[in-house]
Design a protein. Structure first.
Length: 238
């Protein structure tokens, strides 16, 4: 009987030890959420962004920009990778009574896309503004819904939210690329990383802006991508 009780005690102690180890490991896991376009970059570089041994346990998840901001506010994520928040997202942060810190990672080009059959290879920013402000445009203009990261960047080009004046409002970035690919009069946008690495469609082409190619250092539609974290974070960045 004594041997039986001793065996039971050993098993119980073993279970407790394993549980403690699992809980300890779970606490080490760094929860990183990347907006869709920046997921490949985050996956590749995350261990170079966070200091310490715990960076080995970083887990990267792809989410929408709006979901990322909600999760960093609610402590469901330790870090997020995204562009600057929209006015709605800034309001969420303010109402939550928290402070976020932003570390610039790199500059991401916003690509202007047209149908591959379109003869135009360059467009000016004033022309982009005219297309999206004027309902009698010869273009079928596409854009994403509010609080999408690329939409927030695009709104800075056209000086405000113009969804009401737009011809077509699309939910996801793959949809906007594919709709342009199907529409000879289509025009829209996507982050270059997303188009080139995650959803390239040969029937939608990138055109230059103000005579500048998307790979030029002075391309006019470059936007900062940030590593974002709460100011009370217990992790350290490099």
């Amino acid at each position: 009987m004594k041997n039986k009780y001793a065996l039971i005690m050993v098993l119980i102690i073993g279970i407790i030890c394993v549980t403690v180890l699992l809980v300890s490991f779970e606490r080490k896991i760094i929860r990183v959420e990347a907006a869709s376009a920046f997921y490949p970059y985050t996956e590749e570089h995350i261990n170079g962004l966070i200091k310490g041994e715990s960076s080995k346990y970083a887990r990267v998840e792809m989410v929408s920009t709006n979901e990322a901001y909600k999760d960093i506010i609610n402590k469901k994520a330790d870090f997020i990778v995204a562009t600057e928040p929209s006015s709605d997202q800034k309001k969420m942060v303010e109402e939550a009574g928290i402070n976020l810190k932003y570390k610039v990672l790199y500059l991401e080009p916003l690509a202007i896309l047209v149908n591959s059959e379109c003869e135009i290879d360059n467009i000016g920013i004033e022309e982009i503004q005219r297309i999206y402000f004027e309902n009698d445009s010869n273009w079928n203009s596409y854009q994403l819904e509010k609080n999408n990261g690329s939409q927030t960047c695009f709104e800075s080009i056209v000086k405000g939210n113009v969804i009401e004046k737009n011809h077509f409002s699309i939910v996801t970035m793959p949809d906007i690329i594919d709709r342009i690919a199907e529409d000879p009069k289509g025009i829209g946008y996507a982050f270059y990383s997303y188009y080139s690495k995650m959803h390239k469609n040969e029937n939608a082409k990138i055109i230059s802006v103000e005579g500048k190619n998307i790979m030029d250092k002075d391309y006019p539609l470059l936007f900062e991508v940030y590593l974002i974290y709460r100011d009370d974070s217990s992790f350290f960045i490099k």
